[in-house]
Design a protein around this ligand. Structure first.
Ligand SMILES: N[C@@H](CCC(=O)N[C@@H](CS)C(=O)NCC(=O)O)C(=O)O
Length: 246
């Protein structure tokens, strides 16, 4: 899509903020492929925010991340950006290629789990919503995390090789790992044993750990600014007519 925007990137630029889990998926690939000098990262503030006409001309969904180019083109949807980076820079840095149709299918399934089932309800951990909706979505999140656990082959999502699903999963798991215990009182975020082992494995990866720190930093900011009180979440969770911990 061609746009006339006041902000003109000098090189391919990921529009993103550190707390973004969908952006974290792209930032991990950028780190693994050593693209940090080739691709800039800018906040959507350079367009005045995500809902301005300038930004909506690039990403009509008004969401981050987006990958914008000096010629005015843009890509959006983190899975699309991740696939593009893997394709465009296939010869650089780490590989995300998997070697059997079965492993590739499992990788795609895990990415579908994140994009179609988990990210659409993750807001139950931190967005405004009424108590019944939050409790229902939290229950669904607990179920989906267990489904996710069941498809992990280990040590990576699809076995011995890293795939694009590995970039997709751990940033969202970071949200769960912080907020499910701290805000909703879970004993541990990952009750599925394969998911816990997977989380431990990814946390030990230096590049993943950088992205995890970026996201955790944003979540600490939310906590310190009183977000969970302001959104009424702490008050809702005190209501024991609903189940909050799984
Ligand atoms: N399916 C989209 C989801 C993008 C998305 O929801 N991004 C969040 C940040 S991680 C966002 O922009 N939220 C702002 C909002 O909901 O207004 C993707 O994978 O890129």
């Amino acid at each position: 899509m061609n746009v006339q925007a006041a902000y003109k990137p000098q090189k391919p630029t990921l529009i993103d903020i550190p707390i973004s889990n969908n952006g974290g998926r792209c930032r991990f690939i950028m780190r693994k492929k050593k693209l940090m000098d080739k691709i800039d990262i800018e906040s959507p503030k350079v367009y005045g925010g995500m809902k301005t006409d300038e930004y909506l001309a690039l990403n009509p969904q008004g969401l981050i991340p987006a990958l914008v180019f000096p010629d005015g083109q843009a890509l959006w949807e983190s899975d699309v950006i991740a696939s593009y980076l893997n394709d465009k820079y296939s010869d650089e840095g780490a590989s995300f290629e998997l070697h059997s149709p079965e492993d590739r299918a499992n990788d795609l399934l895990a990415r579908r789990m994140i994009d179609s089932y988990i990210c659409p309800i993750q807001g139950c951990m931190y967005k405004d919503m009424d108590i019944a909706e939050r409790a229902d979505k939290l229950k669904r999140l607990a179920f989906q995390l267990n489904v996710l656990s069941s498809i992990i082959k280990g040590p990576y999502v699809s076995g011995n090789d890293m795939g694009l699903a590995d970039a997709a999963l751990f940033p969202t798991l970071t949200f769960c790992n912080v907020m499910l215990p701290e805000v909703f009182g879970w004993k541990q975020a990952f009750t599925g044993s394969k998911l816990q082992a997977y989380w431990d494995f990814m946390q030990a990866d230096a590049d993943a750990s950088q992205v995890i720190k970026e996201i955790e930093g944003g979540l600490t900011g939310w906590k310190e600014s009183g977000r969970f009180e302001q959104k009424g979440i702490i008050e809702q969770v005190a209501n024991k007519d609903y189940q909050w911990a799984y």
